[in-house]
Design a protein around this ligand. Structure first.
Ligand code: ATP
Length: 255
């Protein structure tokens, strides 16, 4: 569903994404990495919102630069700060999206996605009265109106309580079961370990490791978690500067 070949993006002298090679099948794929690793930049390129500096990628067989319109018709993107109008009802928000996409039989499609996201009972209420979890599900409903084949999610459970997160994951899994490919970023490694079919850990714009959570954790050792895999593959700022903790302690002692 997604083929990435030597994809790079620089901002001035900073290489945010560095020669990325990655294939994503019909799966729930998690892109993990520390702050500033290049996750959002990657997603922005794949969703055609940002042009690569070099390299190529195809989404659903279409080139993200040369066939960006075709890519857009096949995908949806739910960023962290998606626009939902608090002064409109949930249904009105989804209707707006359906109108923008020119969906035929708009009302039935709107009802269908609202129902899918478990919002039917509250669809007539103003979004200002929604909980964080309901708002996130409304964003997903908006993203579903044009029946995308690939759904990009930027930290879909950020800031939600435990039950809100669980619900979002139930919906994501349901979408996958219906045939959708999910490409997501998250900082919640326990969730990625539990729900993603495969993950990639990216650090300083480069993929450090990619595989299923089971394979990655078992390669580290018995009872290892994805947190351990992450720490093994991502350098701390001190390590990046060439220190290790013992050197740092010795330095402090000498002072
Ligand atoms: N428009 C921009 N102009 C300049 N630098 C940018 C721009 N967008 C991103 N960067 C830089 O590129 C690097 C990668 O940023 P990016 O937002 O992709 O990281 P991230 O992995 O998504 O981080 P986070 O987990 O904090 O969201 C960072 O050093 C960031 O400061």
């Amino acid at each position: 569903m997604i083929e990435i070949k030597k994809l790079s993006r620089s901002f001035g002298n900073l290489v945010a994404v560095d020669n990325l090679d990655l294939d994503v099948e019909n799966e729930i794929f998690g892109l993990l990495g520390p702050n500033g690793a290049g996750k959002s930049t990657t997603v922005m390129m794949l969703t055609t919102l940002l042009k690569p500096s070099s390299g190529t990628a195809k989404v659903c067989g279409y080139d993200i630069v040369k066939e960006s319109k075709k890519v857009r018709s096949k995908i949806s993107y739910v960023p962290q700060d998606m626009a939902v109008d608090r002064k409109l009802t949930g249904r009105e928000n989804v209707q707006l999206y359906a109108k923008l996409y020119g969906i035929p039989n708009r009302n039935s499609k709107v009802d269908e996605v609202i129902e899918m996201m478990g919002l039917s009972e509250r669809a007539g209420d103003l979004v200002a009265t929604y909980s964080g979890g309901m708002r996130r599900r409304l964003e997903l409903a908006q993203a579903l109106v044009h029946e995308p084949e690939v759904l990009f999610l930027d930290e879909p459970t950020l800031g939600l309580d435990v039950s809100g997160r669980k619900k979002i994951w139930e919906h994501i899994r349901m979408l996958k079961a219906e045939g959708m490919t999910i490409f997501m970023t998250t900082h919640y490694l326990e969730e990625a370990e539990k729900y993603c079919n495969r993950v990639a850990i990216i650090d300083k714009g480069r993929i450090a490791v990619v595989g299923s959570p089971e394979n990655l954790t078992s390669s580290i050792g018995e009872n290892a978690s994805l947190n351990d895999v992450f720490l093994e593959n991502v350098k701390t700022p001190e390590e990046q500067a060439g220190f290790n903790s013992n050197q740092f302690r010795n330095l402090l002692r000498r002072r």
